[in-house]
Design a protein around this ligand. Structure first.
Ligand SMILES: Cc1ncc(COP(=O)(O)O)c(C=O)c1O
Length: 428
């Protein structure tokens, strides 16, 4: 998606400093037009290309902006608090958002879906709430810090953690997982899709192993929710943590945790739920047990609109489009001398993420140059996942990560490839 923005400030500046003066707008405009044709960037007209959808999706569908605006202007009230009509509107909106998520992920009872501020909060709730001293948890070496750090905290409180190796794509071998299971294993947790390599873990196979052993299986769906179809029942996923602001196309500050029936971690927070006000203890009923404090209604309204957009468009359509953009990206980048593409081999299934390095060039410089010289936004570095870089051999510099989204056009990918080619050429 290219963004065209006209900045009036340089126009006035040009008219005022190089022309006959600010009063002479017409002749200033003519002069400015010729400056613009020669060098659009100089005039402040830019074609911004956003390729960092793995961090947060941008832009959002129009309906998302409208839903946030509507919630702020026309709903206004808190959900689950007031019995008046606006309060009930807010409660209904939150309920409908929960139902929309439940439908998308094959969740039978939407009350088992808890809203959070991010995937990170959802992961913390699951990990901290489930693990006790003496328990054992299994994960991989290639996790985002939002999984790795809560596990490290749990370790400091007496939990044992096994980190399984991954291959150079970032994939684990399910047989290793089977061997790692112990009598006291209380959690298996890993990301569905790597935020560095785009590798997709075989969560169905892992879910079957976990179900057979009766171990809760927590999937970090930060890079797959809304982009890769997930049915929690079919895949044996008993806990699903996801952000609302990436593939689900909602606003930042949203996320959720799904907990299967019978999985009841300790809450991360307790406090006002709008219910059972005479009780000193946190209510046990779902979802209030895990939703203390006033919910982010505008964010949840936007998330609902994002999920509805996905349903109307079709998740398969979204996946097909992103896969095509990724295939073009891999093919084009592969032609650039000195480039290394990390992650699954071309032709193998992967998410909407491509990481690369250029021989002899710091990824940070490439990202800086893409931003400054081409107005292309990508992410560089370790992407909060140092273990993945150790596994794929890109620690500590990291990679350049390109993550197209549904609203990118093939032309955005071509421009990125051309820009990287030029940057590589400068170094040759
Ligand atoms: C794999 C993975 N897990 C967790 C997160 C954290 O998501 P959030 O920023 O919503 O907390 C991210 C974000 O980039 C991620 O890529």
């Amino acid at each position: 998606m290219q963004m065209y923005a006209v900045c009036l400030y340089p126009f006035i500046n040009i008219a005022g400093t190089t022309g006959p003066g600010i009063g002479s707008v017409d002749s200033g405009w003519c002069r400015a037009k010729s400056v613009f044709s020669a060098n659009p960037a100089f005039f402040g007209v830019f074609m911004f290309i956003y390729l960092d959808n793995a961090a947060t999706s941008f832009p959002k569908p129009e309906s998302v902006y409208r839903a946030v605006d509507h919630a702020l202007r026309n709903v206004g009230a808190s959900p689950g608090r007031g019995g008046y009509r606006r309060g009930l509107d807010a409660t209904r909106l939150v309920f409908e958002a929960r139902e929309a998520l439940a439908e998308l992920f094959g969740i039978r009872d939407s009350s088992r879906t808890v809203f959070t501020a991010s995937a990170t909060e959802a992961l913390n709730l699951a990990v901290s709430g489930l693990l006790r001293p003496g328990d054992h948890a299994i994960t991989t070496i290639a996790e985002h810090n939002s999984v790795a750090r809560p596990l490290r905290l749990a370790e400091s409180r007496g939990v044992e953690v096994t980190c399984l190796d991954c291959d150079r794509s970032g994939l684990l071998r399910p047989a290793d997982l089977a061997h790692a299971i112990r009598k006291n294993t209380r959690l298996i947790v890993l990301s569905h899709c790597s935020n560095v390599t785009g590798a997709i873990q075989p969560i169905g196979e892992i879910g079957a192993l976990a179900a057979k052993a009766g171990i809760p299986f927590l999937v970090d769906a930060a890079q797959s929710a809304g982009v890769i179809p997930i049915n929690v029942e079919d895949l044996g996923v008993t806990l699903l943590a996801a952000p609302g602001h990436k593939g689900l196309l909602g606003p930042q500050g949203t996320g959720f945790l799904y907990l299967a029936e019978g999985i009841d971690p300790l809450p991360l927070m307790v406090g006002g739920t709008g219910t059972h006000s005479t009780d000193a203890e946190q209510p046990l009923e779902m979802p209030a047990r895990y939703e203390s404090g006033t919910l982010n209604v505008p964010g949840i309204a936007g998330l609902k609109a994002g999920v509805e957009f996905i349903r109307e468009t079709g998740i398969e359509t979204i996946r097909r489009k992103e896969s095509l953009l990724v295939a073009n990206l891999l093919e084009g980048l592969a032609r650039i001398p000195g480039i290394t593409l990390h992650g699954p081999p071309v032709g193998r299934e992967r998410g909407g993420i491509v990481s690369f390095t250029l021989k002899g060039m710091d990824p940070a410089f490439i990202g800086f140059s893409l931003d400054r010289d081409y107005d292309i936004a990508v992410r560089v570095g370790l992407h909060c996942s140092p273990g993945t870089h150790r596994a794929i051999g890109t620690y500590p510099e990291g990679t350049v990560r390109v993550s197209p989204g549904y609203f990118n056009a093939p032309d955005d990918i071509e421009k990125l490839i051309a820009a990287v080619g030029e940057i590589a050429g400068r170094n040759a």
